[in-house]
Design a protein around this ligand. Structure first.
Ligand code: SAM
Length: 237
């Protein structure tokens, strides 16, 4: 996968892209991630990228020219998903991460100040995504969140591929509780079933805990999940 990030603050990405699983994914060449400072595409002698809003009002609006020029300089941009980060967009989800992980090329547009000139939304972006109902100063953190969750789904990125499948949301439910050594800590014991070595019973326990946890914390997810007869019986227990 190829990812291009248009931003006025490429330095914000340094730590995130150079650490942990995102770094490994790039080292393995599963993903190539580049930042592009669209200020470099401003033709104005002061390299301005924003201007006052027509009609008046507070703040500055990102001009269309540098953003269109920066995107159009990316080879094969016409085949890419061009994702505008905006609090007005569709709310990002695990389902969206799975959908995006199947693409070959993603371009992220990080806004700042009062946001984008509407013509960028209308004539350049193919998608508009929000990471939640709150307003950030810029799209950079939102882009990082999305890139992180998409990259970990790419084949070969996580050592243990199975972990993606049991993660919260992947099956429409929250994940079951996890424990590691020691068996007992400050008198708090790991549930006996997990030490039993009985795989079938462990799977059943995990499914039940997963259903129970989802029912208590996120009944909205449960309403959407596809449950079979066994799941429904486990839920009643
Ligand atoms: N005036 C805009 C509005 O009310 O819709 C908000 C602009 S915000 C201060 C600046 C930039 O931060 C946006 O252009 C967008 O790129 C990014 N941003 C802010 N909140 C976001 C969110 N919840 N999800 C994704 N991007 C966000």
């Amino acid at each position: 996968m190829k990812i291009d990030i248009l931003t006025l603050f490429p330095e914000m990405f340094t730590g995130v892209l150079q650490s942990s699983i995102l770094k490994k994914a790039q080292d393995k060449e599963v993903v190539t991630i580049s930042t592009i400072n669209f200020r470099d595409y401003s033709t104005n002698k002061h390299k301005t990228v924003d201007d006052y809003p027509y009609g008046g009002g507070h703040g500055m609006v990102l001009k269309p020219e540098p953003i269109f020029s920066a995107v159009e300089a990316i080879p094969h941009y016409e085949q890419a998903r061009i994702i505008m980060l905006t609090p007005q967009g569709e709310k990002f989800s695990q389902k969206k991460a799975e959908e995006l992980s199947k693409e070959k090329h993603l371009i992220f547009l990080c806004g700042h100040y009062e946001g984008f000139d509407e013509r960028i939304r209308e004539h350049l972006a193919t998608d508009e995504l929000s990471i939640g109902d709150y307003v950030l100063t810029g799209g950079e953190l939102a882009a990082m969140v999305i890139i992180d969750s998409v990259t970990r789904l790419l084949p070969g990125v996580l050592g243990n591929e199975g972990s993606v499948e049991t993660d919260s949301f992947s099956l429409g439910l929250l994940e079951y509780p996890q424990y590691t050594r020691p068996e007992e800590y400050r008198g708090w014991r790991v549930p006996d079933i997990l030490l039993s070595g009985h795989h079938q019973n462990i799977e059943k326990w995990r499914k039940k805990e997963s259903l129970k946890r989802t029912l208590l914390r996120r009944p909205d997810l449960l309403a959407e999940a596809t449950l079979d007869q066994t799941d429904r019986e486990l839920l009643k227990q």
